[in-house]
Design a protein around this ligand. Structure first.
Ligand SMILES: [Fe+2]
Length: 192
């Protein structure tokens, strides 16, 4: 887990992005012991190997480690069947690597991976934390009142606290790194 976290930090540092660097300043000390997590799986994990295979070369160290460690991680969903669109929960999930619950403890930052299957829309949602996504595949993204825009792999996407955002895949899955800081790091996102 520490090696995956270190690979993520290297990837983010190499971006040379001022906003990403502000999140990196909250990176936890590597001396903290890894926290045991109860592994859990989700149907969307069938899309993990294809998503990792399509990632940009710069992300290869991260994606290889994630694929190897995926069975030991807790894959979760924020929404229940009554609030999610039909079919969404079959093609959506996330896991926290760093944070209040993930295997690498941190109190100022949460870092994890979001996975969406092909032909999936994650409807607009919002949360208290400020956020950066680093997508590993092209997808369509919407932020605030802006129109949907195609975004490439490897380019960070920033969301201010409570700013509405959504994403949409076409024929390929979307794996994306997320970073949260500020707000209540264990608070849930809400649709709308
Ligand atoms: Fe978000």
């Amino acid at each position: 887990m520490e090696h995956l976290a270190a690979a993520v930090a290297n990837l983010l540092r190499d971006l040379g992005d001022a906003t990403v660097d502000r999140f990196l300043a909250r990176w936890p000390e590597p001396a903290l012991p890894v926290r045991p997590v109860e592994p859990s799986s989700l149907p969307v994990l069938r899309s993990l190997a294809p998503a990792c295979a399509e990632g940009p070369p710069a992300a290869a160290p991260v994606l290889a480690r994630l694929l190897a460690l995926a069975p030991a991680l807790a894959w979760r969903q924020t929404y229940g069947a009554t609030e999610a669109p039909p079919g969404f929960l079959d093609r959506y999930g996330w896991t926290e690597l760093i944070g209040l619950r993930g295997p690498v403890p941190a109190t100022q930052l949460a870092v994890g991976f979001l996975l969406l299957g092909p032909h999936t829309t994650y409807p607009p949602h919002r949360h208290a934390a400020e956020e950066i996504y680093l997508p590993f595949a092209p997808a369509s993204w919407q932020r605030g009142a802006e129109p949907w825009r195609d975004r490439p792999a490897g380019s960070p996407i920033h969301h201010a606290p409570w700013q509405r955002h959504g994403m949409r895949t076409a024929g390929s899955p979307l794996l994306a790194l997320y970073l949260w800081c500020g707000g209540e790091l264990a608070a849930r996102s809400r649709f709308g």
